[in-house]
Design a protein around this ligand. Structure first.
Ligand SMILES: [Mn+2]
Length: 190
């Protein structure tokens, strides 16, 4: 069965359209109006081997980034379906030059977020650091996943964020992989 999902989300604040194929080859078409988010979502697709199309417009930066994260999280949750046979867990430690990020995830159907990206400026490129934190909060909530994401060290904020997205991508790549015919839960439901 194809693990694909599409979501169009139109509110008075934003217009978001997302197409995802969990079993893709890392292709992406990303147009959010924010170059740094485009860069990060392109990285997310490439290093998780998901095909991803995102088109987003809206009124305020905070609204647009939040609603992209909501829609993207929902799409991943939807595309995972019953989660039969998936690894469920994924983890990675990824360098980006002098920065190092560590990520561990569980597609548990429950949201938990523990995050510290060690970002010490108010902004990275064309977005606010708080919008980036808000992205991971809304994403983990709507994907219904445990997300533990930490930058262990680094100097450059762009590198730190990029390492974090690459670590998340590598973790998703492992967690979504189908490795058996059984549901990976002693409870019998995910
Ligand atoms: Mn970069």
């Amino acid at each position: 069965m194809d693990r694909i999902s599409h979501l169009t989300r139109n509110t008075k604040e934003t217009q978001i359209s997302i197409d995802i194929d969990l079993d893709g080859i890392g292709n992406s078409e990303i147009d959010t109006g924010f170059k740094f988010i485009d860069h990060m979502l392109t990285i997310l697709a490439k290093h998780s081997m998901m095909d991803l199309k995102v088109k987003a417009r809206g009124d305020l930066t905070h609204h647009i980034i939040e609603d992209i994260a909501i829609a993207l999280g929902k799409c991943i949750h939807d595309a995972l379906g019953e989660k039969i046979g998936i690894n469920r867990y994924g983890f990675s430690i990824i360098p980006m030059d002098e920065s190092l990020a560590r990520c561990a995830i569980d597609f548990s159907d429950r949201k938990a977020l523990v995050i510290d990206l060690e970002l010490n400026d108010c902004s990275i490129e064309d977005i606010a650091v708080e919008d980036l934190y808000h992205f991971f909060n809304s994403f983990s909530e709507n994907a219904k996943m445990n997300l533990h994401l930490h930058v262990l060290y680094g100097d450059d904020n762009h590198h730190k964020a990029e390492a974090a997205f690459k670590a998340l991508a590598q973790s998703i790549k492992k967690a979504k992989q189908v490795v058996s015919e059984d549901l990976p839960s002693t409870k019998g439901v995910l």
